[in-house]
Design a protein around this ligand. Structure first.
Ligand SMILES: [Zn+2]
Length: 322
């Protein structure tokens, strides 16, 4: 019997700092920053987009080793079926199954290949913890039910007005030179997705304290080193040897070596000394109208996750306990 693979799953909605957290975690001994593994089959294998190290996915030595152990010849089919299994409209049925104590995402013949992927990544990366920043809660539920996977969920939440603003900024998918831009949903859509994915993440896992940790982007950027330390301890890569001091060169500065993360936003390619500071451009940049729309649509979640209604209002009351 082989040891299960510990997967630290970053769940929530987009633009909440998950790429940064994944890259920083990848600098700690025992952790491997895999990136958004749900996209490996399509963006990695089929489209051969760049790995975090800069090489095309299929040329990266780490992924070349992993590819020998997974059915890459079926990548296109697996990617298509995965999209079908994770659709937004499937969320109500997913919640019903979860409430009844059944598998939230039903088993499927592709699951053997998916389980094999996590095992191969842990083996070839020599990692005790595989950090998967796929974010989508239904995929996290699917991964948590795979044989040989031991799931821990890191729920990253950020002020929805900030994420809505961030979605509107233009950004190449694989860096500045990339003409294919990341999707830019209108603010109302970004707001609704924020509410759906964050509520669903809490519903699925918040009741399991040992398996679930919630961290707000605002708290992370206010005290990066201590917050990352908390996340590392929660993920439990094993006893610290002291040599695993992590990448911090100051309380809010990290030195980043390249990672082999697949998919994710362009900042995953950043290396060298990188400051971790709060991105608050939205406070000036988001229009009053957009602010009002996002606030109204995300109202149930604002209170739950401890965000103020008013712009410049008292920074976050204590979030409600689940
Ligand atoms: Zn690579």
């Amino acid at each position: 019997m082989t040891r299960p693979v510990r997967v630290l799953y970053l769940a929530g909605s987009g633009r909440s700092g998950s790429t940064l957290v994944t890259t920083v975690l990848g600098q700690y001994a025992g952790f491997f920053a895999a990136g958004e593994l749900r996209y490996l089959w399509q963006r990695g294998e089929v489209e051969n987009r760049p790995c975090g190290c800069g090489l095309p996915f299929r040329d990266c030595p780490l992924w070349r080793a992993v590819r020998r152990d997974v059915p890459v010849d079926r990548a296109g089919g697996i990617a298509g079926r995965l999209r079908g299994r994770l659709r937004l409209r499937g969320v109500p049925a997913l919640l019903r199954r979860h409430r009844r104590g059944r598998r939230a995402v039903p088993a499927h013949p592709d699951d053997a290949a998916l389980a094999g992927l996590y095992a191969a990544v842990a083996r070839h990366a020599g990692a005790r913890v595989v950090v998967d920043s796929s974010k989508l809660p239904p995929y996290g539920a699917l991964v948590g039910a795979l044989p040989g996977v031991e799931l821990r969920v890191l729920h990253l939440v950020r002020d929805p007005r900030a994420t809505a603003f961030s979605w509107r900024r233009r950004r190449g998918l694989d860096g500045e030179a990339d003409q294919r831009l990341m999707s830019r949903p209108p603010v109302w859509k970004a707001a609704l997705l924020w509410l759906v994915w964050n509520t669903l993440t809490a519903r699925l896992w918040a009741g399991e304290p040992g398996r679930y940790l919630r961290v707000r982007y605002e708290d992370l950027t206010a005290d990066p080193e201590a917050t990352l330390g908390r996340i590392v301890a929660f993920a439990g890569a094993g006893p610290s040897t002291g040599a695993e001091a992590g990448p911090f060169t100051g309380p809010a500065t990290v030195r980043l070596a390249p990672t082999h993360s697949v998919a994710g936003n362009p900042s995953r390619h950043r290396t060298g000394p990188v400051p971790i500071t709060a991105d608050v451009e939205w406070r000036r940049g988001l229009s009053r109208w957009s602010y009002a729309v996002v606030t109204a649509l995300t109202a149930p979640g604002l209170r739950r996750f401890g965000y103020p209604w008013r712009r410049g209002g008292p920074a976050a009351a204590t979030p409600e306990e689940d």
